[in-house]
Design a protein around this ligand. Structure first.
Ligand SMILES: O=P(O)(O)OC[C@@H](O)[C@@H](O)c1c[nH]c2ccccc12
Length: 266
């Protein structure tokens, strides 16, 4: 059983909603990237979604775009990200890590090489934003190496396609709460709940909901029907500008603590 599958099985057994913080790898500070990952876990993260900095992140809103730009300016590349995952794994053998990113850096690295290095480092899943199901044959080497491909479904996903996504889901299905870019503000809980129910009727895969979750209140609203909530932009925004390891880890913990508490109270 993969780390992701194991984690979701455990959440279900404990009747808990998972917390999946997203951070851009190397932001706000490359030397403290690994310490930040451990801080996320200490603050209650069940899965870490780690963004691979990319110069043209078309699905990302301004907050995550800027985080990507800052990391790239500091020289962060895919090899650094894999190195941080390997370093994180020395002290944490259990927390699943999903790399979020775009095809281009993987293609440049080489699919086979990326697959074996990522598995070696301890990566569990990949969410390749610009690789739709139709084109995901290029990711076959990744799946073959044991990386789970996390698929995205959205409000605009047509029923036929939803069936395909549900049939191909690995690890968990990521339901994007609205059509658009990351970091937007409004959430329409009723609509999201209805689509998640539709997914559940077609798939046994756990469902994580992200896009627009910003705080304890919005996380709690989603917790009623999702297996996990993803929080990206609001966390990235909170961390921006922190320089010392103490400040970075303190901010991560302060930000996530009330969210973790709200999920557990639900
Ligand atoms: O930032 P938000 O609104 O909290 O949403 C999570 C999101 O940032 C993270 O999962 C993510 C970052 N980049 C993405 C691209 C596509 C899908 C998801 C993502």
């Amino acid at each position: 059983m993969s780390r992701i599958d194991r984690r979701f099985a455990q959440l279900k057994a404990d009747n808990r909603t998972g917390l999946i913080p997203f951070v851009t790898a190397g932001d706000p500070s490359p030397p403290h990237a690994v310490a930040l990952m451990h801080a996320l876990v200490d603050a209650g993260a069940d899965v870490i979604e780690l963004g691979v900095p990319f110069s043209d992140p078309m699905a990302d809103g301004p907050v995550i775009q800027h985080a990507s730009e800052r990391a790239i300016e500091k020289g962060v590349g895919l090899a650094d990200v894999l190195g941080w995952v390997a370093a994180f794994r020395q002290r944490d053998a259990d927390t699943p890590i999903v790399l979020m990113g775009y095809l281009n850096p993987i293609e440049i690295h080489g699919y086979e090489r990326f697959a074996s290095e990522a598995v070696q480092a301890g990566v569990d899943g990949v969410l390749v934003v610009d690789c739709p199901l139709e084109e995901s044959a290029v990711l076959e080497p990744l799946r073959k190496a044991g990386l789970q491909q996390i698929l995205l479904a959205a409000p605009t996903t047509a029923p036929v396609r939803m069936v395909q996504l549900c049939g191909s889901a690995q690890g968990f299905l990521y339901y994007v709460s609205f059509a658009g870019i990351t970091g937007a503000a409004r959430l329409s809980t009723g609509d999201i709940a209805a689509r998640v129910a539709e997914i559940r009727s077609k798939s046994k895969a756990p469902v994580a909901v992200g896009f627009g979750v910003r705080d304890a209140q919005s996380a709690k609203a989603i917790a009623g029907f999702a297996d996990a909530v993803v929080i990206g932009s609001a966390l990235v925004e909170r961390l921006a500008g922190a320089e010392s390891v103490d400040d970075i880890t303190a901010r991560a913990k302060e930000f996530l603590a009330p969210i973790r508490a709200a999920l557990d109270a639900h």
